[in-house]
Design a binder for this molecule. Structure first.
Ligand code: COA
Length: 155
């Protein structure tokens, strides 16, 4: 995987997550968002037949992940995060590009996700990959209560 901007780290790879990644992925999730995934959540997705989990490896360390569930021709991204020390270096871009490759191989035509209205970095990230806001779910999130924006893209 080739980094896509000038601030990218010297080298990183995106690969399918392994069961032994689960604890490290959960640590990133817990540090990154309120609705964090446990190691068991990641294990279930890694072992699932309707899910893809990608790990981003920077200098031998797990630096981020992306999860997608899929059914029929649709995908849904329930969780994505990059370790704070590795953000804005192209890791998120690389994860999304790799996910799109796998989504096309699976014959998916559309991907959905939900994001907190206040999460401007994530919204900018999704919009940079062609996602458009398709609606909202009022008071969808708790702790703190907040609306969700629904984003989708055709692939
Ligand atoms: C959203 C997230 C995964 C992006 O990962 P990242 O590795 O920092 O993303 P990249 O460096 O590849 O940036 C991709 C693009 O996203 C946008 N972006 C990312 N962070 C941004 C920020 N803080 N402010 C504005 N735009 C931002 C930019 O368009 C950027 O492209 P550019 O760097 O060429 O301008 C990361 O910020 C994160 O882990 N956030 C916490 C977890 C989270 O909120 N997950 C989403 C829940 S719905």
């Amino acid at each position: 995987m080739t980094p896509q901007n000038n601030r990218a780290p010297a080298s990183f790879i995106i690969r399918f997550a392994l069961p032994e990644d689960a604890s490290a992925l959960s640590e990133i999730s817990v540090a990154s968002m309120n609705s964090a995934w446990s190691a068991q959540d990641f294990l279930d997705a890694i072992n699932g037949t309707q899910s893809i989990v990608l790990s981003a490896i920077v200098e031998d360390e797990i630096a981020g992940y992306m999860v997608m569930y899929h059914a029929a021709d649709e995908g849904e991204i329930p969780s994505v995060a990059v370790k704070d020390t590795h953000r804005r270096s192209g890791v998120g871009h690389a994860l999304m590009n790799e996910l799109f490759t796998h989504a096309k191989e699976l014959g998916l035509t559309r991907i959905f996700l939900e994001v907190r209205r206040s999460n401007t970095p994530a919204i900018a990230y999704y919009e940079s990959h062609g996602f458009l806001c398709a609606g909202e779910r009022k008071r969808f999130y708790s702790d703190p209560v907040e609306d969700a924006l629904i984003y989708t893209t055709i692939i």
